[in-house]
Design a binder for this molecule. Structure first.
Ligand code: SF4
Length: 308
């Protein structure tokens, strides 16, 4: 039977901060930058309008300015926190350019002496073998993550939210990325329209058997000026209550292997004014504390239900 792992530290899951401390021996954080990319699901290459929930400024810190150079953004970010960091290419699709452009941007991020690695957020249908080779070249000397947005392992949901890629494209990207010394993270959303609890747990179970090193778990948030907001206002679906999410996220953690790093346990909307639902009236640290409490109340932990 799986037991509570010592590498979780004081938590009942494997937090990213704990993983980084174990790897580096000192505190390392993610410093987000905006390199001015767009997204192939917005400009027509694979789709128009983007994912139905996507309002990108809602999940990009307000200090980011695509007209400011990457090094200047790093200087701004450093001033607030200090110490070593991974430069996080965050908004939109950060592999959506030719290899020379990507190399120039990633190289710039690595010029800062405090940069110890890169995190590159992208779509699973936007990663050629040529780009993987470029990213692999950085992984020789730096700590490198690729973050693939997925949201659900169910194609019916991916179609409904207009992701414009399939689950098999995600699997293909993951398998082409593995064995390159690149860490792989994926993003999922709990509470997507049309999904049952079983669907969401099936997504977790499927991901638990792929060569994925980390995961970001978000709760669905409906944001003003999105396609999803229109459907929500028409009453086509509901968002999760906090109690529902708390119970669900613990169920998901139970299914994930203990070596999968938890990079996130909730969505993080920075501008409350544009959030339509849910409004839990809880701060981020309160949500995380309540998830901790639920894990303790159920006397459970990440991996408790993982089947090898
Ligand atoms: S792939 Fe990402 S950036 Fe592009 S539309 Fe979807 S959520 Fe937005």
């Amino acid at each position: 039977m799986v037991k509570l792992s010592h590498h979780f530290g004081s938590k009942r899951y494997y937090p990213f901060s704990q993983f980084l401390r174990g790897r580096f021996g000192y505190r390392v954080y993610k410093l987000p930058v905006d390199a001015g990319f767009t997204c192939p699901n917005r400009d027509g290459k694979v789709g128009y309008g983007g994912c139905t929930y996507c309002y990108n400024p809602s999940f990009s810190p307000p200090t980011l300015r695509e007209e400011v150079s990457i090094l200047d953004q790093i200087q701004l970010g450093k001033r607030k926190k200090g110490g070593k960091f991974l430069v996080y290419f965050q908004p939109f699709t950060n592999t959506y350019a030719d290899v020379d452009t990507l190399k120039r941007l990633y190289d710039e991020a690595l010029q800062d002496d405090e940069t110890v690695g890169l995190c590159i957020g992208t779509r699973p249908d936007c990663i050629s073998d040529e780009i993987l080779l470029l990213i692999e070249s950085y992984a020789k000397n730096y700590h490198v993550w690729i973050e693939y947005g997925l949201q659900s392992a169910h194609d019916k949901t991916l179609r409904l939210i207009n992701r414009c890629h399939s689950f098999s494209q995600f699997e293909d990207a993951v398998y082409r990325t593995q064995n390159r010394n690149i860490f792989i993270c994926t993003h999922i959303i709990l509470g997507l329209p049309g999904e049952t609890r079983e669907d969401m747990l099936e997504t977790a179970s499927i991901l638990s058997h792929l060569p994925i090193d980390g995961i970001k778990i978000h709760h669905l948030q409906v944001i003003e000026n999105t396609k999803m907001a229109k459907d929500f206002k028409k009453g086509k679906f509901n968002t999760l209550s906090f109690d529902e999410y708390q119970s669900l996220v613990v169920d998901v953690l139970e299914l994930l292997p203990q070596n999968m790093v938890i990079q996130r346990l909730m969505g993080d909307v920075l501008d409350e004014k544009i959030l339509i639902s849910p409004r839990w009236n809880l701060k981020k640290h309160e949500v995380l504390n309540l998830i901790d409490k639920e894990l303790i109340r159920r006397d459970t932990y990440q991996g408790a239900m993982y089947e090898d």
